[in-house]
Design a protein around this ligand. Structure first.
Ligand SMILES: Cc1ncc(C[n+]2csc(CCOP(=O)(O)OP(=O)(O)O)c2C)c(N)n1
Ligand SMILES: [Mg+2]
Length: 201
């Protein structure tokens, strides 16, 4: 059952910047729209794979990358609406159990990019609870700065899969658009990951 409504206090740009500050050589997959802008605002990076479409596919893209690159940490940063569209991926990720994958949902409880329509997470749907029920043991909801500080090292280093839903405000933030050409993003990412010689394919 839905509990008492609780107000988010964290700002999405601060949250994403804080998480990415400690990224090291982590590979980052961002969801379409707002989380891509958040990552770009924190500083464009060749190890960022920006998804501009394919709503619902961010976590599965991260899973594929984590399986292909078991020696690298992979962090998916996506929105609550995007995650809600791909909930089945939580079960697949739990069963695949990639030790190097973390998923962080920037949960503003709205479909922000398309006009702030409410999502289910503001009405009691508990993404971290669903991740845990799918079998992702390391799963938490983050509401406060202290909880975020505790979650950051888990996202970057705890044995995966790791899941965190970070509750953020709906305060408007400016668009920060990184590269939008999918082919260019792919080549740059492959170059950063595998080296230029392997990036031609
Ligand atoms: C299959 C599909 N349906 C709908 C859309 C339109 N759309 C683009 S972004 C978005 C909202 C995303 O919400 P969320 O993931 O919560 O991100 P936020 O902007 O709130 O951070 C929607 C509905 C889409 N791109 N693809
Ligand atoms: Mg949202």
């Amino acid at each position: 059952m839905a509990g008492e409504p609780r107000a988010a206090v964290l700002g999405r740009r601060d949250v994403v910047a804080r998480i990415l500050r400690d990224r090291g050589d982590t590979l980052v997959v961002t969801g379409l729209g707002s989380t891509t802008w958040d990552a770009a605002a924190a500083g464009d990076h060749p190890g960022n794979f920006y998804l501009w479409g394919g709503m619902g596919g961010a976590a599965m893209t991260g899973l594929g990358l984590a399986r292909a690159q078991p020696g690298r940490r992979v962090l998916v940063i996506t929105g609550d609406g995007e995650m809600l569209m791909g909930l089945g991926s939580l079960a697949t990720i739990a069963v695949a159990a990639p030790a190097n994958l973390a998923i962080c949902v920037i949960d503003n409880q709205h479909y922000g990019e398309t006009g702030m329509q409410e999502t289910h997470t503001g009405h009691g749907a508990d993404l971290a609870g669903m991740a845990a029920a799918a079998g992702i043991g390391a799963s938490a909801t983050v509401w406060s700065a202290d909880e975020l500080e505790a979650a950051v090292p888990l996202l970057h280093a705890a044995p995966g899969p790791v899941f965190a839903a970070v509750k953020v405000t709906t305060d408007p933030v400016p668009m920060v658009l990184p590269e939008r050409d999918g082919a260019a993003i792919r080549v740059r990412f492959r170059d950063a990951l595998l080296g230029a010689a392997a990036a031609d394919g």
